[in-house]
Design a protein around this ligand. Structure first.
Ligand SMILES: C[S@@+](CC[C@H](N)C(=O)[O-])C[C@H]1O[C@@H](n2cnc3c(N)ncnc32)[C@H](O)[C@@H]1O
Length: 468
């Protein structure tokens, strides 16, 4: 969880006190000077440049700061080089109960100054909590490059229609209305410079609202990939960021969930073997009732929702209930883990096919699979949920004709920082699992291509790595 909460201060009428008379103080003044701010700069003597720049736009008070200077201030910046003196003055300001920033002294500050993108109505602030200001500035530059030049004017344009939208469109349709404005031809016309055209279209839209603006619930079944948040699709990212409610599985990590809106509801509905947090029917009912309340629901599943993920059943149920439902694919564990391990699932010289199977079986039974065809040469076999059945899988393949010396790999927590990759043979598969202490989600990969996997073991002593 973040240690900071960003908030935007109103500058109009706010008294901002800057302590300092040199370049540091001038820089802070440039940062906080805004429409209607009551800016006061206090210090016994001012550098000529500061005087020239600020004497007409701020109150310059040439004496040492006093406790009374801070009473009633909205924000204080102590911008002087002498750290001990800065701390002393900072303590005086904080004693007056005013949020204070002592420049370059994080432990004496209540808040940090972010890197800012200022486009009028649109202000973007980036902070690294004082940990890496240069990184903050680089991120700011990247975000800036993504923002259309006229985005601030677009916000002002939207603001000029707020009252008429509120008068004409029912509250439950407003969000959809604005989404249509910003995603559609109105914003496109405005941003391309055709303000008159945009205004005309906007008036037409406000005066004849579309039936689509009535808030309709929707469920998006979304693949979250194998763990690394960088492997999310752009669409998955957008949907996660827009969701009102996220129903997520055990395999979806904190880093992915952290991308959601802070006010979105997150509901854990995950399942572990023999430990069903929420029964499948209840998950489906929950999705249906949330959508009927008009919510934008994201059903977030590890990997791809249509690969051993029950996404198909959920889609069927939602459609049968008349709920608007869509599917967004994700990187499935097999492709994610293979890429991470450097293991090509197909290879011109070693594997002409790839087969995904589940090792899951009811109770203690062995998986019910066509072992003879799985034992065939020239393919890569990937077993999901097979760790608990590694011995049975190894034995059944070997007794069905697979050469026991065929390379095999176990990939646990693939794509994540604690990823473990163990490489051995089809015969040694159960020992790999056992000696490797494999407990997290893992795949078994069997076939010539498994030999390409680069062994990697977190907390596993190198000499103990299993090899053929
Ligand atoms: C219920 S299945 C879900 C598969 C998911 N829908 C997909 O496309 O990857 C869960 C199994 O996927 C595999 N799995 C998921 N994420 C994994 C990861 N990061 N590393 C290794 N295996 C993973 C494991 O075999 C785990 O038991």
């Amino acid at each position: 969880m973040a240690e900071l909460f960003p908030a935007f201060h109103k500058l109009r009428g706010a008294r901002i006190v800057i302590i300092g008379g040199g370049d540091l103080a001038a820089r802070k003044a440039r940062l906080v000077h805004g429409e209607g701010a009551d800016l006061r700069i206090i210090w016994p003597c001012f550098a000529p440049d500061l005087w020239a720049e600020w004497s007409e736009r701020a109150a310059l008070i040439d004496r040492p700061p006093e406790a009374g200077d801070f009473v009633g201030a909205a924000l204080v910046f102590v911008a002087i080089e002498d750290e001990a003196e800065a701390r002393r003055i900072g303590a005086m300001a904080r004693a007056a109960g005013v949020p204070t920033n002592v420049v370059d002294v994080p432990d004496a500050s209540d808040f940090y100054t972010p890197s800012i993108i200022d486009r009028g109505e649109v202000v973007v602030a980036v902070s690294t909590a004082g940990a890496a200001p240069v990184l903050g500035r680089r991120l700011r530059a990247k975000v800036e490059a993504l923002l259309p030049a006229r985005v601030g004017d677009l916000a002002a344009f939207a603001k000029s229609f707020r009252a008429s939208v509120a008068a004409k469109i029912a509250p439950d349709g407003r969000r959809a209305f604005w989404e249509r404005v910003f995603d559609g031809d109105i914003a496109a016309a405005f941003l391309s410079g055709d303000e008159a055209g945009a205004r005309e279209k906007m008036l037409a839209a406000v005066n004849a609202p579309s039936k689509d603006d009535a808030r309709r619930g929707v469920v998006h079944i979304v693949g979250a990939g194998p763990g690394d948040p960088e492997l999310l699709t752009l669409r998955a990212l957008r949907l996660i960021q827009n969701a009102d409610v996220i129903l997520y599985d055990r395999l979806v990590g904190e880093e992915v969930l952290a991308l959601a809106r802070r006010d979105a509801d997150r509901v854990f509905v995950g399942k572990a073997k023999a430990d069903h947090a929420v029964p499948q029917e209840d998950i489906e009912e929950m999705m249906i009732s949330l959508a009927r309340e008009g919510k934008m629901v994201v059903r977030l599943k590890g990997g791809d929702p249509f690969v051993f993920g029950r996404g198909g059943e959920e889609l069927e149920t939602l459609r049968a209930a008349g709920v608007d439902a869509h599917v967004t694919p994700g990187v499935t564990a097999a492709t994610g883990c293979a890429a991470s391990a450097g293991l090509p699932l197909t290879h011109r010289n070693h594997a002409q096919a790839v087969t995904f199977v589940t090792g899951h079986a009811k109770g203690d039974a062995d998986p019910d699979l066509d072992w003879a065809s799985l034992a065939a040469l020239d393919q890569t076999l990937v077993v999901y949920m097979g760790v608990g059945k590694a011995r049975a899988i190894s034995e059944r393949l070997n007794s069905s004709g697979l050469d026991p010396a065929t390379p095999a790999a176990v990939i646990e927590n693939g794509t994540l920082p604690d990823e473990k990759i163990l490489v051995g043979t089809a015969a040694s598969l159960p020992d790999l699992v056992c000696a490797g202490g494999v407990k997290g989600p893992a795949l078994l990969v069997i076939g010539e291509t498994a030999a390409f996997a680069a062994p990697r073991a977190v907390g596993f002593v190198a000499e103990e790595r299993m090899t053929a």
